[in-house]
Design a protein around this ligand. Structure first.
Ligand code: PLP
Ligand code: COI
Length: 362
């Protein structure tokens, strides 16, 4: 296969889900519970490079118990969404950015990078095979490209074989309360990533390491955990699965800088561009938890929001930490957050003008 022309073998599904059953699933899809009929796979070996790209019906992998990923966790993934646009169109949001981040994650985890064209074609092939599963209205089809070390061996070195796969699930809102403000827990105990580590890569291990902190957040009645930096335990970095923005009384937006420890979110980058396009000053700079508390107390901090593909733009109404609880503004979603959410979702769904040409027709 050449890098410019990826041909996918297409399997004929023996028993596709009926239109009525899909409609029932799409009524209340939740998040990450329902999966579509197909998946796309491709394989990499040292001898053959990327080969055997297929659209197949969704089924379990057969893995040897010594499969490398089960022992050394060489695994990376992406998260993106397909939207139903006007007429019969299907829209993807900045898929090239996901393809590029997937390559950077692969490089950090010493894995074979998936060529950009293969990544995009794979996503398009799955969206085309499972178009019936894209919800109308405010739902979307969440796409999960991922890759894992598939060589059968024990010994710590990069695998010599990889499987790349894309699966999809129709989704509604990520948080149970839809677009209402969420509450976050600032972890005093755990950190997510340290300098020189894998924080900027979207690898499964980062999420495994975050689960206990996320469980503590849930025990404290919170929707998400906020991680502070690993060295001083002082600087706000990001949430378990989202980046974070602070909206100040003087109109500026502040967000932690890409310091190598946080995930360079595509939503984060888009919010920065959209806000600047709206004439809002955006500062990417370190912001401490102490300052956050002081700014809430003084009223300088007006709004906080989290952002990511799954969560979209989620207003943060309350923060809890070992010292107690702080309410941001009146605890509800503020006007800046609403404005940014409307702009972003309007563009993603093809409902408003796309000034930066981010929408890709699948
Ligand atoms: N930070 C983390 C840890 C994430 O898991 C995500 C979601 O993918 C993000 C930030 C936001 O990234 P994106 O906007 O590209 O979805
Ligand atoms: C995403 O936003 O796509 C993620 O992967 C994060 C996770 C919270 C679902």
């Amino acid at each position: 296969m050449t890098n410019t022309q990826w041909a996918f073998t297409q399997e004929v599904h023996p028993n596709p889900t009926s239109i009525d059953a899909i409609a029932a699933h799409l009524e209340n899809p939740g998040f990450g519970r329902i999966f579509t009929d197909h998946m796309v796979t491709a394989r990499w070996t040292e001898e053959r490079g990327w080969h055997d790209a297929k659209v197949e019906f969704r089924k379990p992998f057969q893995l040897d118990p010594a499969c490398a990923v089960l022992h050394y966790a060489q695994e990376i993934f992406e998260g993106m969404k397909a939207y139903r646009g006007a007429g019969d169109s299907v829209l993807l949001f900045r898929p090239t950015e996901n393809a590029r981040r997937f390559q950077r994650s692969a490089e950090r985890m010493a894995m074979a990078p998936v060529p950009e064209a293969l990544f995009i074609k794979a996503v398009e092939a799955l969206v085309s095979a499972d178009k019936r599963w894209i919800p109308d209205g405010d739902g979307s089809l969440y796409l999960r490209p991922f890759m894992f070390a598939s060589e059968t061996f024990l010994g710590v070195r990069p695998s010599k074989e990889y499987i790349f796969c894309v699966i999809a699930c129709p989704v509604g809102p990520y948080f149970k309360n839809g677009n209402s403000a969420v509450t976050v827990w600032v972890s005093d105990e755990y950190t997510r990533a340290a300098p020189g580590g894998t924080g900027a890569a979207k690898c499964g291990g980062n999420y495994a390491a975050s689960l206990l902190a996320q469980a503590q957040a849930a025990e404290h009645g919170c929707d998400q955990v906020v991680f502070l930096d690993a060295v001083e335990h002082r600087w706000v970095e990001e949430l378990g699965g989202m980046n974070i923005f602070f909206s100040m009384a003087d109109g500026t937006l502040v967000t932690p800088p890409l310091n190598g420890n946080i995930l360079p979110g595509i939503t984060r980058a888009s919010v920065i561009d959209l806000a600047r396009n709206e004439g809002i000053t955006v500062e990417e700079r370190p912001y401490s938890f102490d300052q956050w508390c002081a700014d809430v107390a003084s009223g300088h901090l007006r709004e906080v929001f989290a952002c990511g593909t799954a969560a979209v733009i989620a207003g943060v109404g309350r923060i809890r930490h070992v010292g107690g609880e702080l309410v941001i503004g009146d605890g509800t979603v503020g006007p800046v957050t609403e404005r940014i959410r409307d702009l972003l979702t309007g563009i993603q769904r093809g409902r408003i003008d796309d000034p930066l040409s981010w929408v890709h027709h699948a």
